[in-house]
Design a binder for this molecule. Structure first.
Ligand code: ADP
Ligand code: MG
Ligand code: MG
Length: 885
């Protein structure tokens, strides 16, 4: 099949592969698409991702077939443009651009102005009639090519340029004359020679293949790998290479370059949004070398900025651009992120893609576009990344709280964050690993900073606009970011930053407001998020389209209330042990555990009964009308024991047993492998009085609340860590005995269910038999993952990251369900359980209940509900809808 696809210059694409992102990458596919709908796209060609994969696998050289295809495709560009590659009189110049299936901002390297050498530069000067332009382009090319392809460090070139400007007394690049650039080129070539021991390549074909090779190689660069790991992008996709005729935004004041979004990527507002620069090449806008200007008059006026907007300065080209925006949004039915260049008044399109957006913007655009009739509800549901909702559910700065404002930058990525100042990515990562909240403060960020940006709670940069690296990456990661804070300077040696008249040291606390751009000293209190508006609208749509119910894992009244506000439809897991840690009852719990005999335990349990009853009553009250699954005591008892000497002394005083006795008892409870030890239903089997007390507390509370409200409460009592039918039989009988007693005492009855967690492989295998007793299953996938993989969750931190890095696991199996392995046990147990008891209720209550990929698996397996922590409930609602669509 074809491996090189041409675009532009009126080529027709019959082969669907040309516009398939998998084959030609996102950039290439969209260039072909844009050219196809008649937009002005400089002609070019794309080498497929398949060639990249093959090249990286085989190493070595390119095939003759590929070289022939490329030569032919180059002829297509030459014919269309009417110039020849390497022609000393009238040279064709090209850009060589990477483009993977999904966009990886800044991860791959682009080379512009390729095809220039000592001869062709004169040709370019001649045909353009502009010496300065030609030499400016040449110096850009030498620097970029040397940096990206030859691996010469770019600061060497930057320093040479700084010195030249200083010598001439210039402040800006624009003051450099043709002659100045000519001298710089000579110096640059000298640097290359000195660094590499060979001259800068003059042969244009060698230049081209060098660049193609560099693009392919960059797929396996460290920074690309880090980005892929953070974004779950497989390593075997490869990148395409796009070779495209250059258009020049640096041909004087009727030329320009810019980037734009068809809607505001931060707020979602339906207004063109972008930045542009007169007399500049593409990289200048994102690199933050010159501060870009506003695209529209309205945006410029709102910001109170002076330099004219494109709308004002180039009304004709702007009008054309606006028409393209409209056309592209309708064509792709989504917000587009666009790169363009104006060469002497003529508009050229260089890229379009669905734009990255904040969660807030994603929501607003999805809802707006349904109202505009551009997309339907199902599409809107699919447009919003469930995990991105996290950004919206978290607190923002309290507007009434006092703020010690140090300065302001651009509101590059919304959300609020406070933390200790750090000045480099490694320190950010180190301190975050130690549990500190940090704010990464940089002059500007680059792909080498990704790990630090990920570790930081927020990012602040002195340079760069809304489309700078820092801004784009922070928005993608959901980190608040303030960029381009021009009043900020950093002294890396002293490790201090100056902003306005203030000075802050590394480690000082800083607060950022990514929505306003405010930079504040100290920590500013936050307030709860707003759940109305677009969020509510999308949730209504999601609820309409999902099949599975969404419950929550909660045990405190506060969490239960919050989960209900987030739309939880009941409790899937109430972990009763969490109620035991409360300061007011821990001594009774300890007394119970340390008692020598049953009588001693019963005395202590008497004290706990009213407390537990009150806990359950509060939960039933909040969850009225909704199912509540309560798990009886699960963890090994020694988890509740004191550790320090003074704690033992205190306990001894309280319960009148000597410290030595207490310590001896505690020693007896020690286990070598507590995860597989005396826990779960094994506690209920050996100390039935504990489960009796808990069952009693549940029934008494349920009867009381049902009576008070005249509303039925249906408790679901869940027995943990069952491996055999017999265990469940014994404990179900225990629960039934208590039920009969309580109903007699209360003179009322109610319905209830007894079920089990499926969290041991044996339980999954024997699910058919266990379902004869158990009325529901809840998959406890945390333990089921531990027990199936033989992988201790509490110890895996030491080696699991390496496993993920080496691709042994695609993702941490405690975060995203191991569908292939653990998933088999889940589906098998569901199947066998249903055979025995066709109406058996099935749910999942592990951490995975809030993970979209795992939720998709639950939908496929036909579970009745997922249960997630309160903050994950909206994520689960949306993910469940996406899974059902
Ligand atoms: P990235 O993926 O990092 O944005 P691109 O390949 O899109 O890299 O290119 C970087 C910059 O160079 C962009 O601003 C782009 O518009 C510009 N550019 C790329 N190709 C050309 C070209 N043929 N003519 C003019 N500018 C170009
Ligand atoms: Mg680009
Ligand atoms: Mg468990």
């Amino acid at each position: 099949s074809t491996q090189v696809y041409t675009f532009g210059g009126g080529v027709k694409h019959d082969d669907p592969r040309a516009k398939d992102k998998v084959i030609t990458g996102g950039k290439g596919a969209n260039l072909a698409e844009m050219a196809g709908i008649g937009l002005p796209v400089p002609p070019g060609f794309t080498i497929t991702t398949e060639q990249c994969v093959q090249y990286l696998a085989e190493g070595g050289d390119f095939s003759d077939a590929l070289r022939a295809d490329v030569a032919q495709a180059l002829t297509h560009i030459e014919k269309t443009v009417g110039k020849s590659f390497g022609d000393a009189a009238d040279p064709l110049l090209v850009s060589v651009r990477s483009g993977a299936r999904v966009s990886m901002p800044g991860m791959m390297d682009t080379v512009l102005n390729l095809g220039l050498n000592d001869e062709t530069v004169e040709g370019l000067a001649g045909t353009s009639g502009d010496d300065r332009f030609a030499w400016d382009s040449y110096r850009r090319f030498v620097q970029m090519y040397s940096d990206v392809v030859l691996g010469v460090e770019h600061h060497l070139f930057e320093e040479a340029l700084e010195i030249a400007k200083e010598d001439n007394g210039y402040l800006n690049d624009v003051e450099m004359t043709a002659d100045d650039w000519r001298k710089i080129v000579k110096e640059y070539k000298g640097i290359v020679d000195a660094e590499l021991g060979r001259p800068f390549p003059q042969d244009v074909t060698e230049q081209l293949w060098g660049a193609i090779r560099a693009v392919f190689d960059s797929w396996d660069s460290d920074r690309a790998k880090v980005y892929r790991r953070l974004n779950d992008i497989p390593g075997d996709w490869g990148t395409a290479v796009n070779v495209q005729a250059m258009v020049f935004g640096n041909m004087g004041d009727t030329s320009a370059t810019g980037v734009a979004f068809t809607r505001d990527p931060a707020t979602g507002e339906k207004a063109y949004y972008g930045e542009w620069l007169v007399n500049a090449q593409g990289e200048d806008v994102v690199a933050g070398i010159r501060t870009p200007q506003y695209l529209t008059k309205a945006a410029r006026e709102r910001a109170g900025a002076k330099p004219l907007s494109m709308e004002e300065a180039m009304p004709a080209a702007y009008g054309e651009l606006a028409a393209v925006f409209e056309l592209l949004e309708k064509h792709y039915t989504d917000m587009q992120d666009i790169e363009f260049t104006v060469q002497q008044g003529k508009l050229w399109m260089l890229q379009t893609r669905s734009g990255k957006r904040t969660a807030k913007a994603a929501l607003k655009m999805a809802v707006d576009m349904v109202e505009e009739g551009l997309i339907d509800e199902a599409t809107a549901i699919k447009r919003v990344d469930p995990m991105a909702l996290d950004q919206l559910l978290h607190p923002t700065l309290d507007p009434k709280a006092p703020r010690d404002i140090l300065g302001k930058g651009l509101p590059a990525s919304p959300g609020a964050a406070s933390g200790a100042i750090v000045f480099d990515a490694d320190t950010a990562e180190k301190r975050a690993d130690m549990g500190d909240a940090v704010i990464l403060v940089r002059v500007e960020t680059s792909p080498e900073d990704i790990h630090g940006m990920h570790a930081a709670k927020g990012i602040l940069t002195a340079r760069g606009g809304m489309t700078s690296h820092a801004a784009v990456v922070a928005r993608g990661m959901g980190r608040p970011c303030v960029s381009g804070a021009s009043g900020l300077s950093i002294d890396m040696k002293a490790r201090v930053m100056k902003i306005g008249k203030r000075e802050l040291k590394e480690g000082d606390i800083l607060t950022l407001d990514g929505a306003s751009g405010d930079i504040m000293a100290g920590e500013v209190p936050t307030i709860e998020p707003e759940l109305a508006g677009d969020f509510a609208t999308l949730m209504v749509w999601a609820d309409k389209h999902r099949r599975m119910k969404v419950r929550t894992n909660a045990e405190t009244p506060a969490d239960c209330k919050m989960a209900r506000q987030f739309g939880a439809e009941g409790i899937g897991l109430c972990r009763t042990e969490h109620m035991f840690f409360d300061a007011s009852r821990i001594s009774a719990v300890r007394q119970m555990i340390l008692a020598e005999d049953e009588a001693g335990r019963r005395t202590a349990l008497e004290k706990l009964l009213p407390e537990q009853r009150a806990d359950f009553a509060a939960i039933f009250e909040i969850m009225r009308g909704l199912p509540v699954t309560i798990r009886l005591l699960d963890p090994p008892l020694h988890e509740f024991l004191p550790h320090a000497d003074e704690e033992f002394a205190e306990l001894s005083d309280e319960i009148g047993i000597g410290v030595d006795t207490l310590k001896r008892r505690a020693g007896e409870l020690h286990e070598f492998n507590p995860m597989l030890g005396h826990r779960g239903c094994r506690l209920g089997i050996t100390f039935p009085e504990i489960y009796e007390m808990q069952a009693r507390a549940i029934f008494e509370a349920a009867c009381d609340v049902a009576k008070a409200h005249g509303e039925a409460i249906v408790p679901e009592i869940m027995i943990p860590l069952v491996a055999t039918k017999k265990e469940l039989e014994i404990l179900k009988a225990l629960v039934a005995r208590v039920a009969v007693q309580v109903f007699e005492e209360k003179g009322s009855t109610l319905e209830y269910m007894v079920g089990t967690m499926i969290e041991l492989p044996r339980a999954a295998l024997m699910a058919g038999e266990i379902a004869e007793v158990g009325e529901f299953f809840s998959f406890g996938t945390n333990d089921l993952t531990q027990t199936t993989l033989g992988l201790s969750r509490d110890d895996a931190g030491k080696f699991l990251p390496v496993y993920v890095q080496q691709g042994i696991f695609a993702r941490d199996p405690f975060v995203s369900l191991d569908v292939d392995g653990v998933g088999q046990l889940v589906s098998l147990a569901a199947e066998r359980g249903r055979v025995t008891r066709p109406d058996i209720k099935l749910g999942i209550c592990g951490e995975h209940g809030g993970d979209p990929a795992s939720i998709a698996f639950c939908e496929k397996t036909g579970l009745d509900y997922v249960s997630a922590s309160p903050f994950r409930v909206p994520i689960a609602r949306l993910a469940a809808a996406q899974a059902a669509l």
